[in-house]
Design a protein around this ligand. Sequence first.
Ligand code: ZN
Length: 597
Amino acid sequence: MVRTFKISVLCLLFSLGATAKSIHYTLSMSEPHTHLFEVEMRLDGSGAKETVALPVWTPGSYLVREYAKNVQDVSAHSEDGSRLEIKKIDKNHWEIKGKRGKDIIVSYKVYAFEHSVRTSYLNSEHALVVPASVLMYWQKNQQRTHKLHIEIPDTWSTITTALEPFNKPGNVDFTARDYDELVDSPLEIGNQHVIEFEVLGKPHVIGLYGASNYDDSTLVSDFSKIMEAEAKIFGGLPYEHYTYILHAEEGRGGLEHANSSVNFISRWSFNDEKRYKSLLALIAHEFFHTWNVKRIVPEGVANFDYDQENYLDELWMAEGFTSYYDELILQRIGHVDQDAYLEVLKDEINTLESRPGRFHQSVAEASYDAWIKYYRSNEHSKNSTISYYNKGHLIGLLLDIKIIAATNGNAGLDDVMLKLYRDFALKDKGYTSDNVRQVCEKISGLNLSSFFNNYVFGVEPLPYDEVFDLAGLKMDTTSEKSAWIGAIMRVQNGRLMITGIVEDSPAWKAGLSVKDELISIDGFRSRRSPPVYLGEKVPGDRIICTVSRNGILKDIHLTVGFTPASISELRQVVTPSEDQKVVYEKWLGVPWEKEKE
Ligand SMILES: [Zn+2]
């Protein structure tokens, strides 16, 4: 009965607003335990033939996910009640024969049971709606106002979303300026805990799903510090309100939107120091995207094509610089001290330097190929690819220090970000990697052509020593020279399997292979990873690995090598020059001399 009543009220609204040419959705979840959303989509004033489609991807996550694979029971009828012919014309488009001037109503269901920040999820407890995966668009009419009416189960009470009207308890009717805004506004529906707060005079809300040990005031205090520190870079908050959707359950991941973000964290992230830092870094990351990617937009995604890949080579900036800032901001707000921060950078350097892929793929290429490589890694990916998060982070770090040094501490990467915001975001223009170089050059007075050619578009080793020296920093390398063969192993079903081979390692050269089962070394049975016997060897020793390859035993002779060197510490030099102190202090905003305990 309740449902019928709602529909008749809605029909009245439709007829009153018929001249407004909107697209109206009714999203229901009458049996949430089945994981099926029910969607009705009304096309006002449609013509004789119309096409609707579901995107193949969602902005911010660069992989074709084929959301249409979860669509079922598609049908269409006219506003006069007659059934209309609807035909699928490719994997994600449907064509409808309508009656000129009469509204078409398209109905379908979507199965939603993949729990991630970029897929929709529905169960008996709650729903996460990622609009690109549930709400079709009306081809050629994406610019219209999109209205969304939601029918929620009786036992649920709350919808958390950035859609208008903002944070109105009990409201079930929302409006988006156009389809892009609708796609950019995920919704959490259920009985989530709602925390309201203000930052710099603007309203914010956290919708937190998942039983956990959080403390509202700590979250508000730490989130606010992060947001204020980031707003300071850009001269204020660029929106009227902001929404956090937080799932405290399992996994870690986030997805940015213009006025909101979806963040998944593990349930017990709030008391454990390391996990809580990881949560704050995630929040700092997704919130930095409010500017970097959602407003400072790479040219390749300035206008979304929802039907295919949208290529861009700027993820080293969009994701990499965002990764640089997510850790730096925690240092700026005092959540981590300078030693802990240098430790983070050391780990970031080791991550890149332990990856042979750094000699094969530039960070610009890594960005362009995100669609087929980053989200589709395999056992060879370490040898052939890098992460634009990781290398982009380090390029942001090196550029920051170079710019600070070149300007005697008068400017840094913050100024680059602000100028990109003013010159591109505020002028509604997309940017390219060349634009980033030009802005860096303008701010620093440096010629950065070779820096960009070598490290952004090329695969030259990053100039750590030269740049760190400007800030009085030094890297120490490990002196340990232990035995190493370069085969990554894992015990699977009681068998010691080779799951990775490092390029140019002894294992690579000798011919060990992924999917080999390591049976023994020098005749001694191997059962653990790493094999205990290997620990008895020293670099230069000759060994015989017996493997089972496709069920046939094989002996492989190899010479044990050295564990590759890594950075053991990134530290301040003992006797800095005045220039080094200036750069360091401007970079981290703390005195060179650490405060004595
Ligand atoms: Zn990101």
